[in-house]
Write a protein that binds this ligand. Structure first.
Ligand SMILES: [Zn+2]
Length: 260
């Protein structure tokens, strides 16, 4: 059993284009087109049974439509656990966050680098407080040395300012900024996902971070459509974690995080 904690999906009409844009943003070739069907196909090959699926609004006016899309996909596929989207400029966030929760979505995905806001901007404070009160975790894209939106230090500021907000910092806490993640986030009250990391982070460093932060705070994620599930699992298994740690990261930690 595996839970994929980080999977992007896009409506058919825009799947190909959206996935191509992201590929260009990261100067890489996407493995897939971002459609829910291909996600299920790719994940099935390694035994993924649940997927945390999401899509990000890059402008406030897209928020409702994207949430509606995720809500409808969750209804179509019992394998999907949906995370909604919100945007710092979205005015009626309290109602929308409640609607997200009441529609059965389980958390909120933020991608500050695409959404162009600093993750610790005071503009997000009220939004974080509502998310906190609704007991929904946020899955936040973390880090990129080319930008200053979502680095580990800024994520630490959010954690400190919002003590009951449940935060999952993607990519071992800081994509291409793993030294800063080690410095600011390791050991803190934050979960990490493993996505888009193991292709670049040296094995010894990854193991050191897992050891220092605690394997019980790591969640396996593919970052579909960026990576193929089989390749991503191979990279994860090359760490040669013992069975207890392996199972914890592949699904047990996610189950614990999502249990209520
Ligand atoms: Zn993501």
């Amino acid at each position: 059993m595996i839970i994929d904690f980080h999977a992007h999906i896009y409506p058919k009409k825009i799947a190909e284009k959206a996935s191509k844009n992201i590929g260009e943003f990261y100067h890489t070739q996407m493995c897939y087109d971002g459609s829910p069907e291909k996600l299920l196909e790719s994940g099935k090959k390694i035994g993924v049974e649940k997927y945390i699926v999401h899509s990000t609004a890059t402008a406030a006016h897209q928020v409702e439509a994207i949430n509606n899309y995720i809500i409808s996909e969750v209804k179509l596929h019992e394998e999907f656990i949906g995370f909604g989207t919100i945007h710092p400029d979205y005015q009626d966030f309290e109602n929308e966050l409640n609607r997200i929760k009441n529609s059965g979505l389980r958390g909120i995905k933020l991608h500050p680098d695409f959404q162009k806001f600093q993750v610790d901007t005071p503009q997000m404070d009220d939004i974080y407080e509502v998310i906190s009160a609704l007991k929904m975790p946020i899955l936040v894209h973390a880090g990129d040395y080319r930008y200053d939106f979502s680095g580990p230090k800024r994520i630490l500021n959010v954690i400190e300012k919002h003590p009951s907000l449940i935060v999952v910092a993607a990519h071992f806490g800081g994509y291409t900024e793993w030294d800063n993640s080690m410095k600011y986030l390791v050991g803190q009250r934050v979960w990490f996902d493993t996505s888009s990391t193991l292709w670049q982070l040296p094995k010894e460093k990854a193991l050191k971070m897992i050891e220092a932060h605690g394997y019980e705070k790591f969640l396996f994620g593919s970052d579909y459509p960026m990576w193929d599930h089989q390749d991503e699992l191979k990279r994860f298994d090359s760490l040669k974690l013992n069975e207890e740690k392996r199972e914890a990261i592949l699904y047990k930690n996610a189950e614990r995080l999502l249990k209520d």
